[in-house]
Design a protein around this ligand. Sequence first.
Ligand SMILES: [Zn+2]
Length: 314
Amino acid sequence: MSSVCAAYLVTHERAARNDEPDVSLRSKDSTTAIARAPGSASAPPPAVPAAQAPTFTVREAPVERTFAAAAQSLGIDAGTTAILSRAFRDELDLSRDLKAGDRVSAVFDTSSDNGTGAAREPLAVRIVRGSSAHDVFLHKNPQGQPHYYSKDGVSTGPAFERYPLDFTRVSSAFSLRRFDPVVHRWQSHDGVDLAAPAGTPVRATARGVIRFIGRQSGYGNVVVIQNPAPFSTTFAHLSHFAKGLRAGSRVVRDQVIGYVGKTGWTTGPHLHFEVHVDDVPQDPLKVDLPQKKSLAADELRQFELRVAQLTALL
Ligand SMILES: [Zn+2]
């Protein structure tokens, strides 16, 4: 069908600002009809019935308070706003990174809503933050569930590395109950011990904020990171910490946070590593972690064509 051409209508709208009640939403609209005939720039617009041509509407809003408020002013519903917040969360901490003056723009397919504004699920969303732009693009899986991807077809959202360091072996596994060789008591082992030479760099497995950094008796030098909910991670027995880190510091995935040591109750150098889900310890080697996924080759081709079309509108 659209392999020959695609004619579409683009409407630019600017969301009304609450503090500018006199500015009509419609008065700022501009409507542009664009016809494309691939391979022949001078060809006349093909005769595609208007009913079949997708109509794209671009809306843009300033960030005044939160991303959610800006998204809402663009007409995005709460559920989709939550999905979008999650999509941007690997790159941005929306609660802290956005400032007044940043902008959010979105492209909607308004072909079938007859101007009622029924389309609530944007095909593409861009956050312009200072001089940098962050884009995500809608792709629905075969079950029709919406997911947002980066322009190269990689899933968005927080992603975790499984292992925080290059280790030589698992010296003690996660267990609900085991005999502790140091305190000579049966107790649970809330994490996994990864043996590695003293001084081996230890890296954050996902973006986060340091909740605790310092010394605790059993753990020795320990870092606790609050990752995107519901995850948090703990790194214990460190010889020392990476410079400049303190409680409240933000870290990115793969950032070095400290170095393997044997502080606290331990028989030799290793990293004691915990992953908590909703504050409950889980086996770090097995817990289900959000990871990056790429679209399959056949889906990717179509996706990339659409990304090129939508990026031109943002
Ligand atoms: Zn341990």
